[in-house]
Structure formats: structure tokens, C-alpha cells
Design a protein around this ligand. Structure first.
Ligand code: ACO
Length: 376
């Protein structure tokens, strides 16, 4: 681009269509989200997370035989090596769990002899491997911080019950298992969001899948993206009871503070995933187990809508749901990773199938060209 041309700047790439994708479609006009053509609400109502993972990678829902082979493969890959376990146990106990996850994926990549094999078959196998191992890492990390021994994965259990058992030593009731599965289905994929785009940028240089996922974890960690589900709990804690919401919001809005779990770059009239997650929240709080927290949650949602016309995003209900399930707040975003690994890796494979290096331009606003002064 010549210096004379006045370029159009697209800050934050807002509104820019960068490429095509067949993985998912977000339509803010109709407030819909589809994975491979299927509305996410229908998938959440009818499918397990394993079925949706298969759909995202293969483009079609599995038949019973395909599902059996897929889940057998996933269950066989859950154990992590003693060496990786040592690495994770050596990490500082006060570091963020996303740092642990990022390190784990990087280590798994370094130890994978197929790391440089970018064929679709090898990348699919690596993707299933990460799907299987991430819960083991997240659970081990949560337990080591509590001074507890890790619990080995149980290949007899499906994905979600196995994760709960590894975290808490027991499997909860069906309502909790279902709510967790629904959250994973809703988090699995969302077109060119910041972390997925990060994975595609890394892949576009022909780097490897684990490097792309490691970078995506870094992008997801931030509170403007996946880190918001964790930040929601801090906000609810900071506010305290429902009667404090108005005053708290007055001050937060006056200081131009972003309220975590609200707003979205694409959805301006509500996040298509929220009603489905909210329904799960309603079910698990029907017995009153949320206490004052639920009232504070409802009051903040109502005030944000009434005063700013800003709707909650998926992180708002899911943050509270994960808290009520007993997870430590810092584990919420790693749980998001356990789900979004499906979408990220589907995009890695799609990027490779029709690759173009992602390298945008910038408009220079620094000093005009000048001579380097003599150095003494
Ligand atoms: N709290 C307060 N005001 C907000 C919020 C919010 N959460 N979200 C948007 N606004 C306001 C902005 O201040 C801005 O107001 P102004 O025009 O008066 O300056 C206006 O709405 C537009 O907001 P932008 O930040 O320009 O919108 P953008 O599309 O860039 O941001 C984002 C989207 C980053 C998600 C933003 O809404 C935000 O910071 N939300 C809080 C963090 C969050 O919940 N992130 C999770 C996203 S979903 C996900 O990752 C699963």
C-alpha cells in the first residue's frame, strides 16, 4: 500500500470477514449458532459432548458404531505420562491454572513423535489425544493445589463423569452431569473468535497443532475472552448481596469499568447460547442451593439490561454454574479449554486444508524517516 493512500483501519478486525469456514455459523440477526449446520440448542438438547466433538471434527454426527470407536479411542488416551505428571507437580501452586494447561499442551507436543506430521489423520489423532488428556491435567492441577493426590482416569466412565470423579473422587447426580455436558457443547465452537483466530494465525505459518493450541490457550486466558467466566465469580463476590447491585453498578459504570460476562463483539441483542445455559442454571438452583448468589446474579443481569441494554454472554451463567458444581474459580477457564479444543483443532485442520499465510498490514504513525545520528 503506498504512503499516499489513506487506508481504512479495522481496529480489532471488527466487522472484517477474513476467510470462509464450514465448522460453524454465527448469525447475530437471527440470534443463531450452528455447528456444521445443526442449531446448537438442538445439539445441547439431544447429544452428549462426545457426539458434538465428533460432529465438529468429522462434519457429521456419529452413528452408534462410529461413536463407540470414537469414545473407545478417547478413553484409551486419558492417562498422562509420569514425566508430564512430574512437570505439572513442579509448577508453582500459585500460578494460574491456564498457565499449567498451556505448559501441559506444550509438553505433550514436545513428547509427541508425530508432532511434525501435519496430515489430517495425524492432526485428528492429536486432537482426540488432547481432548482425552486435558481433563486429566485440569483435575490433577485442581487437586495438587488442595494438597491432594491425583485420581487416575477411569476408562469405564464417559467423559463428563470421569472428569468429576478425577476432580472430586465421586460422580454427581444426573442434573449436574447434564448441565456440565450442555456447557461443554455450548462452549465447543464459535467461528473466528480471538483464540480460534490465534490458532489459525499460528497454523497459517505451517507451525504444528500443539503450537497453535498453546497460543490459543494464551488468547483464551484474557478476561475479555474466556477469562470472563472466572471474572464473573469475582464480580458476584465483590458485589455481595442483591441490594448492593445498584450502588456497585453506579460506581463501576461511572469509572467505565467493563462488567464481566456481559456484551459480545458479534451478538448485540443477546448471546444465542445464554437461554440454554440459563435453563440448566435454573434446574440446578431450583432447590435453593445458590442462596443469595442467585439473587445477586439475577439483579445484576436485570440492571445491565435496563440501564445499558447490554445482555449477558455465555460466561455469565456458566461461571455461576461451575461455582455451584464445586469447581474453584480459577478452573472455569481451563474447563472452557476442555471444550473449545474441539473447535480450535477443527479450525487448525480447515486452515491447513486451504492455507494462506495470515499477515495483515498496518498504517505507520511513527516518526518520519530520518538519518541515524553519529554515535560516539
Ligand atoms: N460492561 C460495560 N460496558 C460494556 C460492556 C460491559 N461488559 N460491554 C460493552 N460495553 C459498552 C462499552 O463500554 C462501549 O460503550 P461506549 O460506546 O459508550 O464506549 C459499548 O458497550 C461497545 O463496547 P465495545 O467494548 O466497543 O464492544 P466490543 O465488541 O469491542 O467488546 C467485549 C466486546 C470485549 C466482549 C466487551 O463486551 C467486554 O469487554 N465484555 C466483558 C468481558 C466478557 O464478558 N468477555 C466474554 C466474551 S464472550 C466469550 O469469550 C465466551
Amino acid at each position: 500500500m503506498s504512503e499516499q493512500t489513506e487506508p481504512t483501519i479495522h481496529r480489532g478486525l471488527a466487522g472484517v470477514v477474513v476467510d470462509t469456514t464450514s465448522v460453524s455459523m454465527v448469525n447475530p440477526e437471527t440470534n443463531s449458532l450452528t455447528y456444521r449446520g445443526y442449531p446448537v440448542q438442538q445439539l445441547a438438547a439431544a447429544c452428549t459432548f462426545e457426539e458434538v466433538a465428533y460432529l465438529i471434527w468429522h462434519g457429521e454426527l456419529p452413528d452408534p458404531g462410529q461413536l463407540e470407536a470414537f469414545t473407545a479411542d478417547e478413553r484409551s488416551r486419558r492417562a498422562i505420562s509420569p514425566e508430564l505428571q512430574q512437570v505439572l507437580l513442579a509448577m508453582p501452586t500459585d500460578c494460574h491454572p491456564m498457565d499449567v494447561l498451556r505448559t501441559a499442551v506444550s509438553w505433550i507436543g514436545a513428547a509427541d513423535p508425530t508432532e511434525e506430521d501435519a496430515s489430517p489423520e495425524a492432526n485428528l489423532a492429536k486432537s482426540v489425544d488432547l481432548l482425552a488428556k486435558l481433563p486429566t491435567v485440569v483435575a490433577l492441577d485442581q487437586r495438587r493445589r488442595q494438597g491432594r493426590e491425583p485420581i487416575a482416569p477411569d476408562p469405564e466412565l464417559a467423559y463428563t463423569p470421569n472428569f468429576f470423579r478425577m476432580c472430586f473422587g465421586e460422580v454427581p447426580g444426573d442434573d449436574v452431569l447434564r448441565a456440565f455436558d450442555v456447557s461443554l457443547i455450548l462452549y465447543a465452537e464459535h467461528s473466528f473468535n480471538a483464540s480460534t483466530f490465534t490458532a489459525r494465525v499460528v497454523t497459517s505459518t505451517l507451525s504444528d497443532l500443539h503450537s497453535a493450541v498453546t497460543a490459543a490457550i494464551g488468547a483464551l486466558k484474557g478476561p475479555l475472552h474466556g477469562g470472563a467466566n472466572e471474572a464473573v465469580m469475582h464480580t458476584l463476590d465483590e458485589i455481595g448481596t442483591a441490594d448492593r447491585v445498584s450502588g456497585w453498578l453506579d460506581e463501576a459504570l461511572a469509572t467505565k469499568r467493563k462488567i464481566m460476562g456481559f456484551g459480545h463483539r458479534v451478538y448485540k441483542n443477546g448471546d444465542s447460547r445464554v437461554p440454554t445455559m440459563q435453563a440448566e442454571l435454573d434446574k440446578i438452583t431450583a432447590d435453593g442451593r445458590a442462596g443469595d448468589l442467585r439473587a445477586t446474579y439475577d439483579a445484576l443481569g436485570a440492571e445491565m439490561l435496563a440501564r445499558k441494554s447490554i445482555h449477558p454472554n455465555l460466561d455469565y451463567p456458566s461461571g455461576l454454574v461451575y461455582h455451584l458444581m464445586g469447581f474453584e474459580t480459577a478452573v472455569f477457564t481451563p474447563i472452557f479449554v476442555m471444550s473449545r479444543i474441539t473447535g480450535w483443532t477443527a479450525h487448525v485442520m480447515e486452515q491447513l486444508a486451504g492455507n494462506a499465510l495470515i499477515r495483515p498490514l498496518s498504517s505507520y504513525v511513527g516518526p518520519a524517516e530520518r538519518a541515524v545520528p553519529p554515535r560516539s
